[in-house]
Design a protein around this ligand. Structure first.
Ligand code: NAG
Ligand code: NAG
Ligand code: NAG
Ligand code: NAG
Length: 465
């Protein structure tokens, strides 16, 4: 601990040295005072001082980290207490992605991003931005993604967006929008049908009669009309202008935090969700839904989330997974179902998960009866899947036993004539699954897609009809 303090102090001291010496030479201000200033201006020190140094030395600012992912340069300046946009010449190489989330930026000034012409995505979420000047985004001609959610914006001119002709994805939710006349032009822009992913889920905070209304659905005609005339016209009958409560299924864009690095990740944990939120974009790689209250996964819950590789559903008191709810997750590699209330997985639940390599099942009250055999067969057919936590919880005679052991002993004890097939003692009678199955015999690997990545396996394949 002490060592760390010493280290931090020493490094900050050396960092400050040039400025201290300058001050001494100039006005003769003492070291003590400079050090005092250091604590006050820590954010700026870690920002400005280092940027100017790096500007001179041509190295990446030590206060941000340059990361490379899929050949693209990410500049990660998240949680650095920055109050300004680092100038473009701070960087040795031009970043394609600039992460500035979780800082203390308040105003985006004209020309703040000049020199950032190679930028494709810009993450400014969770700052304190309340003002964006009209020329703030000048020069961002290649920008496709702009994240401004969870700031303090009440208004924004659509002029600010004009300098970004390639903008496809603009997040504005989590800002207290004032749906008044100055916002009219932006609202009209967002409502152009081709601007499908601009400003979805941004909602009015004011005025009262538009509270919680999505910017996308506000009638722009009403915004610049005489406010009195509107209230007069509505009179006692305010039914059409009542605040619209948030209802229906939550949307990921409004309840989850999106992170761009090292891959698109959505953190939706601990949000009190009772359902899987809708609208997981297809480029999201990881979704954390842990510590919610999702009792059941339903058909199409993950529709469209075709890029998902890691899905965390742990700690949800989940009781049921509808067969088909995980369909479409062709690239899922890791599935965490631990600490739920699952008794077994129904036939078909795991069928689409061709690339699964890790399956966490611990902390569930698995019931060792015939219904659980499906999981064991599926795992046998997919030896590449590493799983953990599959232990019988009940009935008492099997409690504490591995589920595979239970199925094995079940088959050993099962009299020959009750066994469903002579060719494979493990094969199951379709009636018991309640789902029509078909024995395909020795099916060629090519029939299982994506085929090229599976090692040849010698087993028989069951197919859903
Ligand atoms: C509005 O109408 C309701 C009945 O629809 C009535 O009870 C109420 O007094 C009216 N309020 C005003 C301010 O006129
Ligand atoms: C309010 O207006 C709506 C639509 O204009 C109408 O259907 C409704 O009956 C009105 N309610 C009252 C209380 O006047
Ligand atoms: C899922 O979330 C839990 C709780 O936050 C965490 O302990 C676990 O490691 C996560 N699982 C995966 C696969 O990331
Ligand atoms: C196995 O146990 C579960 C949970 O108690 C029950 O829903 C299911 O019907 C049982 N399956 C069989 C084949 O008895």
């Amino acid at each position: 601990m002490r060592l760390t303090h010493f280290f931090v102090f020493t490094s900050l001291f050396f960092l400050l040295l040039p400025s201290i010496q300058m001050k001494r030479a100039g006005k003769g201000k003492g070291l003590k005072r400079a050090r005092h200033k250091l604590t006050q201006d820590r954010g700026r020190v870690r920002g400005a001082r280092r940027y100017s140094r790096s500007g001179l030395s041509g190295l990446v600012s030590p206060s941000c980290s340059e990361l490379k992912e899929s050949g693209m340069i990410f500049m990660d300046c998240q949680e650095r207490q920055l109050t300004f946009i680092p100038p473009a010449n701070s960087w040795f190489r031009k970043p394609r992605h600039l992460l500035l989330a979780l800082n203390q930026i308040k105003i985006l000034q004209d020309g703040a991003f000049l020199g950032y012409d190679s930028l494709i995505s810009l993450d400014l979420q969770q700052n304190q931005i309340f003002q964006v000047e009209e020329g703030a985004f000048q020069g961002l001609t290649r920008l496709k993604t702009l994240l401004l959610q969870h700031n303090r914006l009440t208004t924004l001119s659509d002029e600010a967006l004009i300098s970004m002709p390639n903008l496809r994805d603009l997040r504005l939710n989590g800002n207290p929008w004032k749906c008044l006349c100055p916002l009219e032009s932006l609202i009209r822009t967002l409502q152009v049908p081709s601007n499908r992913n601009l400003g979805n889920n941004a909602r009015c905070a004011e005025p009262t009669w538009l509270k919680n209304r999505k910017l996308k659905t506000v009638d722009p005609e009403l915004l610049c009309k005489d406010v009195e005339a509107i209230s007069h016209r509505t009179g006692n009958n305010t039914s059409t202008f009542e605040p619209i409560p948030l209802r229906g299924k939550a949307d990921t864009a409004s309840v989850c935090h999106t992170y761009l690095f090292p891959h698109m990740r959505m953190d939706c944990s601990k949000r009190g969700l009772t359902e899987v939120p809708s609208g997981i974009p297809d480029d999201v790689v990881q979704v954390d839904l842990s510590h919610n209250s999702i009792r059941r996964l339903r058909l199409k819950d993950f529709q469209g989330a075709s890029g998902l590789r890691i899905l965390n559903l742990s700690s949800n008191s989940m009781e049921h997974i509808d067969p088909g709810s995980l369909f479409g997750l062709l690239h899922l590699q890791e599935l965490d179902l631990s600490d739920n209330n699952l008794h077994f997985l129904q036939y078909g639940v795991l069928e689409d998960l061709y690339f699964l390599s890790r399956l966490k099942l611990g902390g569930n009250p698995w019931v060792c009866n015939y219904s659980i055999h499906y999981m064991v067969y599926w795992l046998r057919l997919h030896p590449a899947v590493k799983h953990s936590g599959l232990w019988c919880h009940s009935p008492s005679e099997f409690a504490g036993e591995r589920v595979e052991e239970y199925v094995h002993s079940y088959n050993r004890e099962c009299p020959k004539d009750r066994q469903p097939s002579r060719t494979d003692p493990d094969m199951l009678d379709s009636v018991n699954w309640g789902t029509p199955m078909e024995l395909q015999g020795e099916v060629e690997e090519e029939e299982l897609e994506p085929s090229n990545l599976r090692a040849p396996q010698k087993y028989e394949v069951f197919r859903l009809r």
